[in-house]
Ligand binder design. Sequence first.
Ligand code: TYD
Length: 215
Amino acid sequence: MRRKGFFVSIEGGEKAGKTTQAALLADRLRQQGFDTLVTREPGGTATGEAIRSILLHSEDHGLTAVSEALLFAASRGQLVAEVIGPALEAGKVVVADRYVDSSLAYQGIALSLPFEKVMAVNEWATGGLWPDLTVLLDCPDPATAAGRPRKGEADRIEKRQEDFHRRVAEGFRQLALQDPQRYVVVDASLPTDEVAEIIGSAVYGRITGKEVPGR
Ligand code: TYD
């Protein structure tokens, strides 16, 4: 796929502030004149929303780890085909609240599925579309983050043990170390506006090759 736009994903564990930061980044990019779209995973298409409800709310269905990985990849494939791919073709900036790295960290590393297989199904599902830049909101202590107030009840994956969420956080750090060109790691325990500033500057710099004006 030849892309004219710019693709940034925001990754991290539970309640690292990804959704807030994705919205703040999108506002900032729009103010800078970029046509910007935010997506979230799993979901974002009719098929993806149906898959989301199986993944997050079907406690009693005995979903296997492999089915879980395949369903995340399927939802992602739909999102690329229906939303992300066309937006990039049209020259937009796409801000994804989670993308392939979530599957690598949660299913590949924390659930211990064969990493190459998780990678392969995701390459297949997305047609090999990788973000230009990935922001990792790194929680120094995922257990503290997990204790932050939540809006609704915990979903099937959030309910997993503390140790699972530590492996997720460690998994993301490994992924960032392996791909330092693509990743920007930000300490998620900093104040929200500081985190937004760091992300905004990094993204602007990468899109334009310049520093933010006036800085
Ligand atoms: P969501 O309610 O969107 O939470 P969050 O705000 O943390 O993104 O739930 C998504 C859940 O699915 C979350 O626990 C992370 C998990 N997940 C995976 O395990 N693998 C994946 O590939 C993705 C995209 C999400």
